[in-house]
Write a new protein. Structure first.
Length: 437
């Protein structure tokens, strides 16, 4: 094992030996390399005359570039757009995002969290998390309705086992009993369990209520108190898009952070959906844990391991994308723009609810609960989802997603409010077509 990895491991162990035990075999060996990187950083600070360390091209002291590239950019220089960013991410962006976390999550007040490490989108954040924390055979608890890419990342790539519990009970509420049973089963058979949460949820568009969130925290805390190492990871891709006052208005991460020595909370989020910059691919990984003494060194060690994983895969996320997000976060106009787009999406969600309240649909489907995010799902009563999806596409030019045998996902995020009534009427007609042959 590299001496740098050993040093990081000792630092984490001193702060919380249980967190150290949660790391994967890869995670234990990860470190952030010195060598060229550290020498270049030192030269950047001290080489005021000639700096021959950086693997980029320069001309007359500036970053070399093509006018055909820079002509597409306004207000951003070549050094902020085209050069390599640190594997950790731009320092100012990391600090600014952490400030945002505290501002948006009141339950974090008085708690210490790591500096976020920048990733190439939230999918990459999930993949990096898997490299650092997941070994073959590990158990990951997920709901039966989930984003399909979790299977590719955790099961196919890491050979972990996804144990599913039923997301909603018979009354259409979040199934706390099923989660509790799944956690208890995991505690009986494993020293470490991973519980993955995604709120607002894909595909259902559901977010926990405050009471449900408190119950989830109690379930995981009890598992930790029973001696199990609990790794709670929040995929907060759609964070902030909460349309119902009963929905939890902050991340579950904030309630779990520092809750118990046996419980590590990990927040995976990004600018992708929060700021409507899907193609910029800017995500973040943030840690929250209980530590003995100063948490700073332990968080620094986790950040170095995580950044080492980024370094060993993609090297770094886009400097241009990070610069654009940072400039937006520091803009006085951002909050007004964000509120405007939020209001549009909320109006669509409310329109969906109003349309679906019509009794004419009751024999065709039941809507799963939704109160947030981009999506909602229909539970079809008389036909299967895939034949209906194909029929709607071929006959009516309407595209939806079959997310289960009888589940049809609707992304109202990309449907103008004026088209929502027509959309569901068309789905109903498609069902009638299939029933009559």
């Amino acid at each position: 094992m590299n001496p740098l990895a050993k040093e990081l491991n000792l630092t984490i162990t001193d702060a919380n030996a249980q967190v150290m035990a949660m790391l994967s075999q890869v995670g234990r060996q990860l470190f952030f390399p010195k060598g060229i990187l550290s020498q270049s950083a030192e030269a950047k600070e001290k080489a005021h005359r000639i700096n021959g360390t950086i693997g980029i091209a320069k001309q007359d002291g500036d970053t070399m570039c093509f006018d055909t590239i820079m002509g597409s950019l306004h207000g951003i220089g070549a050094a902020e757009a085209l050069t390599y960013a640190p594997s950790f991410g731009i320092p100012a962006l990391r600090e600014r995002w952490r400030q945002e976390l505290y501002a948006k999550n009141p339950s974090l007040k008085g708690k210490a969290v790591s500096l976020p490490v920048v990733t190439c989108g939230i999918t990459h954040a999930i993949s990096v998390f898997a490299d650092v924390w997941i070994d073959p055979g590990d158990v990951i608890l997920v709901p039966d309705m989930m984003w399909g890419n979790y299977n590719m990342i955790f099961n196919v790539r890491k050979d972990a086992r996804l144990n599913q519990y039923t997301l909603f009970d018979d009354q259409g509420r979040y199934n706390l009993e099923a989660l509790s049973t799944a956690v208890a089963d995991g505690v009986r058979t494993h020293q470490k369990i991973v519980v993955l949460f995604n709120f607002p949820q894909n595909p259902t568009g559901y977010t926990l209520t405050g009471d449900e969130a408190d119950a989830v925290v109690d379930i995981l805390t009890q598992a930790a108190e029973n001696g199990c190492r609990v790794l709670a990871v929040m995929d907060d891709a759609y964070f902030g898009l909460f349309y119902d006052e009963q929905a939890l208005q902050e991340s579950l991460f904030a309630k779990l952070c520092g809750r118990h020595p046996n419980l590590l909370a990990v927040k995976l989020d990004g600018a992708t959906k929060e700021y409507f910059v899907w193609g910029l691919r800017i995500g973040f990984i943030t840690y929250g844990m209980h530590t003995t003494g100063d948490p700073g060194p332990a968080y620094d060690a986790l950040e170095r391991k995580t950044a080492g994983c980024v370094r060993g895969s993609i090297s770094n996320a886009s400097h241009l994308g990070q610069t654009m997000v940072l400039k937006a976060l520091n803009s006085a106009r951002l909050e007004a723009e964000k509120q405007e787009k939020f209001d549009i999406l909320k109006a669509r969600a409310l329109k969906v609810k109003a349309v679906l309240a019509d009794d004419k649909y009751k024999d065709a489907w039941q809507a799963y609960p939704f109160n947030s995010g981009y999506f909602m799902c229909l539970k079809l009563k008389t036909v299967e989802a895939e034949p209906l999806r194909v029929h709607l596409l071929d006959r009516y030019g309407v595209g939806l997603i079959a997310s289960g045998k009888h589940d049809l996902r609707v992304a109202f995020s990309c449907v103008d409010e004026a088209l929502i009534q027509e959309l569901f009427d068309t789905v109903l007609q498609g069902i009638k077509d299939l029933q009559t042959g």
